[in-house]
Design a protein around this ligand. Structure first.
Ligand SMILES: Cc1cc2nc3c(=O)[nH]c(=O)nc-3n(C[C@H](O)[C@H](O)[C@H](O)COP(=O)(O)OP(=O)(O)OC[C@H]3O[C@@H](n4cnc5c(N)ncnc54)[C@H](O)[C@@H]3O)c2cc1C
Length: 394
């Protein structure tokens, strides 16, 4: 393979470009904006920087957050200390860091919009806002709003969440997560360098309604959105039925990151999966263990084994987490209460926030620890007060 074209220079495309160029391939990356403030919380879990230490060890400004406050309207709050902090970047800074790595590794970076791609007998012909180019292989990294119809995942309405919010002046040491009744999603307040990102994501609910919920929350918490910058974007959140047929690769191409729908359907975490899929796509090409015709299938198998199988499992849990009931109350309220009352459950939540607890292993861990968590909760509060109607948030 002589030349790989990377379409899109977000975390997925930039990481794939860096890996391929380091391995000696000719790499051309096209992005219409290059580094930009893509609407995003910018939160990176321990799982991400533990596997890719350059995300932690660099001089780029970022926040290290060691405390999260979880809240549900009928369950009060619970403070969760994070042994492994969450890193929070501005997306402009993170994208720039990753594009510079790719450039230093030898990738050619071009600020141009890819208008169309066509596969001929001798490879790909690309038409961009800057002219034309050819490539032997394409990596599609154009994000959730991928405009290239024939490559990448085909998102249906039920495979997406709306996500929107405001960048507001302010500073705080902790993250806030607020669960709301009848919302498959949540509100977040993320401290960033110099400002807060306050946002909401939700599945199956119109953006206008989400915005009203967010503004109500902000008003109740005295966070003004006057003069604040508003942002909104699409977040892939594949339905359980969409994973099996998910179009992640084909003849001469592989899709990575949001363009392949690779986002955690419960938390909305996408940065790790963007970087990881960029890594796996590059590895599939570099290791070249099969003929070019075998690359798409090899990548699909690698993705599934590595994390896509777990995300598919997570997509089956999502509506039960946000809309389900446990012990007569909402699962999200119980999560808040148990986090407050049970050290065993708190340890599980810490691992979920660090990204080290898989969804496939979650049920078994919950079942194993259920008795212990219940006993701890009862000892700390009393079962009587866990019963709906009698529970008083502390
Ligand atoms: C509001 C919100 C909050 C989020 N918060 C978090 C969070 O805190 N933590 C987390 O892990 N994930 C979060 N996510 C998800 C995360 O933002 C995405 O999963 C991640 O950006 C995916 O990276 P990517 O490289 O696949 O795509 P993107 O980051 O979207 O990059 C795609 C790139 O392709 C370029 N492009 C698109 N079309 C073309 C074209 N035709 N030609 C040239 N270039 C093109 C764009 O300019 C862009 O730079 C959030 C998402 C949203 C919407």
């Amino acid at each position: 393979m002589k030349c790989v074209a990377i379409l899109g220079g977000g975390p997925a495309g930039a990481f794939a470009a860096a890996q391929l160029a380091s391995a000696g391939l000719t790499v051309q990356l096209f992005d219409e904006k290059l580094a930009w403030e893509k609407p995003c919380g910018g939160g990176l879990t321990y799982k991400a920087y533990n596997q890719y230490p350059f995300l932690l060890n660099n001089p780029t400004p970022k926040r290290e957050v060691r405390e999260t406050v979880l809240a549900a309207s009928d369950a009060g709050e619970a403070t969760l200390k994070l042994d492994e902090p969450l890193l929070i970047y501005s997306r402009f800074d993170l994208n720039r860091l990753m594009l510079e790595r790719a450039e230093h590794a030898g990738a050619q970076i071009e600020k141009a919009r890819v208008l169309s791609i066509a596969r001929g007998a001798f490879g790909w012909q690309l038409r961009t806002s800057g002219g034309t180019a050819t490539a032997d292989f394409c990596i599609v990294a154009t994000g959730a709003r991928n405009p290239l119809r024939d490559v990448g995942t085909q998102l249906r309405a039920e495979d997406t969440m709306s996500a929107l919010g405001y960048y507001v002046p302010g500073n705080q040491a902790r993250i806030n997560i607020q669960f709301l009744p009848h919302l498959e999603g949540y509100i977040w307040v993320f401290p960033r360098c110099g400002h807060l990102s306050v946002g909401i994501c939700g599945k199956g609910e119109a953006a206008g309604s989400l915005r009203r919920r967010l503004e109500l929350y902000m008003a109740q918490h005295e966070i003004s959105w006057k003069d604040a910058t508003f942002y909104s974007h699409l977040l892939p959140s594949l339905d359980a039925s969409s994973w099996r047929g998910n179009r992640v690769s084909g003849d001469g191409w592989m899709a990575v990151g949001d363009a392949a729908g690779l986002v955690d359907p419960i938390t909305g975490e996408g940065l790790y999966y963007a970087i990881r899929s960029g890594d796996l796509a590059a590895r599939t090409i570099v290791e070249d263990a099969c003929s070019p015709a075998g690359l798409p299938a090899a990548y699909r198998t690698l993705l599934r084994r590595d994390f896509a199988g777990d995300l598919e499992f997570g997509s089956r849990l999502a509506s039960r987490v946000f809309n389900g009931k446990f012990l007569g109350g909402a699962v999200t309220s119980r999560m808040v209460q148990f986090t407050r009352l049970s050290p065993t459950f708190r340890a599980l939540m810490q691992d979920l926030f660090a990204g080290t607890q898989s969804y496939i292993g979650l049920k078994q861990r919950l079942m194993q620890n259920l008795n212990g968590s219940l006993i701890e909760a009862i000892c700390n509060l009393g079962l009587r007060r866990l019963i709906p109607g009698e529970f008083h948030a502390r």
